[in-house]
Design a protein around this ligand. Structure first.
Ligand SMILES: [Zn+2]
Length: 447
């Protein structure tokens, strides 16, 4: 047993002590209970962040993997540095997680790590047989990812008839579908307009209408099949409105909004905002939208309540690949896991969202969506995952601090309020600037 003394569970709240036993919170008390303790100095303690959309580029088939870009080990280190204690990894490394064998290899990689590491299984047009077996792996697998348009990795369910079959088999197996919505045919038609596209054409090729069409299709298929649907990285206020309508009609549908679409607009891809050299770093799917859409997304998704969770879609590629000359050769994806906490906490510090809403978006919401019943709250019996924050201190995001082997962040130079002082994951203290002490109780400890 040990405890974290003198922290607040919400701004202006009373000082409490949090006791840890094994990997769970044991109790929360007004007075010290344990001889081993860390003094929390009056800082805030928040439930550990859940980033339910990350890409680790690792499959367990070394001959396919890109270890220079991101591994399970570096994901864990970046998460712990950034206040994230649970991640959900996507199934599209080079060798995708679309078979039971690939799933078992991936599980072997994540089994004993310091954070809670979960997976989505990848749907293909003909692996419903595998989907039917996922009930044996529910400790690790939280759902099935359905890619309705091409993106990184060879993992696409292109035709609606196949998409419907995937959703029907997930509904039958009691699994949620997480969908990267889109329409491959529309996307290809848009691409065909350009002989040699420039970066700035990315937003025309992956046009808002492609996302809206895909959102409509996914919602329709979920309705037909009774499948529980989580829509990944909604970027448009109009897409959120569609999802909201379905929700109001009683459908089991939730929406994720990603950080990059809340703080970056297409001007960054065009080199009009930020620096010219950072423009290719901002090539991402779905693409950054207009500044107006971005501002409206912040209002609707965050304060307006239309996002059920935020996430990062952390998708590292090597800097060399991001700097390639040809549009088609530049991989899509932005990094964001290590900076997730800072950017989201800053929305709270700026008064854009309440403290309650911050917790809802970053831990309680994703815990509910993915059935992680013991996460998203600091209460006796819940999983002992938290982040200790000095809410007054400022931090500047620096590329040089990037833990991911890719070595870059699109947010270099961004100043955020809220400095992480310690992280507890599965009951263990990590990256602590606060010292573990031992003191016999009742001998003049002043609290
Ligand atoms: Zn993704």
């Amino acid at each position: 047993m040990w405890e974290l003394r003198r922290v607040r569970l919400y701004p202006g709240g009373r000082l409490v002590c949090i006791q840890f036993h094994g990997t769970a919170f044991a109790s929360i008390t007004d007075r010290p209970q344990c001889e081993r303790y860390v003094d929390g100095n009056g800082y805030l303690a928040l439930p550990g962040f859940i980033d339910s959309h990350i890409h680790d580029r690792t499959s367990g088939y070394p001959e396919y993997d890109e270890p220079d870009v991101e591994t399970v080990r570096t994901i864990v280190l970046a998460a712990l540095a950034g206040g994230v204690t649970t991640v959900v990894a996507m199934p599209n490394p080079r060798k995708p997680t679309t078979t039971i064998e690939a799933l078992e290899r991936k599980i072997a990689l994540i089994r004993d790590v310091a954070i809670t590491y979960k997976l989505l299984f990848g749907a293909t047009k003909d692996n419903t047989g595998e989907i039917a077996q996922l009930g044996n792996y529910l400790e690790w697998v939280l759902g099935v990812k359905l890619y309705m348009e091409p993106t990184t990795g060879d993992i696409l369910v292109r035709e609606i008839v196949d998409q419907r079959r995937v959703m029907a088999s997930c509904a039958e197996a009691g699994l949620s579908v997480v969908s990267h919505v889109g329409n491959a045919r529309m996307l290809e038609q848009n691409r065909a307009q350009f002989a040699e596209p420039h970066l700035t054409d990315h937003c025309t090729i992956r046009h808002p209408l492609v996302e809206l069409d895909g959102t409509n299709t996914a919602l329709q298929l979920a309705r037909e099949t009774g499948c529980r649907l989580h829509i990944a990285h909604a970027t448009l206020p109009s897409a959120l409105a569609l999802i909201d309508n379905a929700r109001l009609a009683g459908r089991l549908v939730t929406a994720e909004v990603c950080v990059q679409h809340l703080v970056r607009h297409d001007g960054f891809l065009q080199g009009l905002a930020g620096s010219l050299t950072s423009a290719p770093l901002h090539k991402v799917n779905p693409p950054l939208r207009s500044a107006e859409d971005m501002r409206q997304l912040v209002t609707d998704a965050l304060s307006g309540g239309r996002a059920d969770t935020t996430a990062t879609d952390h998708a590292p590629h090597s800097f060399q690949k991001k700097m390639r000359a040809r549009y088609d050769d530049i991989p899509s994806g932005m990094t964001g896991l290590q900076t997730y906490f800072h950017i989201m906490f800053n929305f709270f510090a700026q008064g854009i969202i309440s403290f309650e809403r911050l917790i809802e978006l970053t831990s309680r919401g994703p815990a509910r969506i993915f059935g992680l019943a013991n996460k998203g709250r600091i209460e006796a019996g819940a999983d002992a995952d938290l982040v200790v924050v000095d809410p007054e201190a400022f931090v500047q995001i620096r590329e040089g601090n990037t833990i991911s082997p890719c070595g870059w962040t699109p947010y270099h130079g961004m100043e955020c309020r809220g400095a992480i002082k310690a992280v507890v994951a599965r009951g263990k203290l990590h990256n602590s600037q606060l010292t573990m002490r031992t003191n016999t109780l009742g001998r003049g400890i002043v609290e």
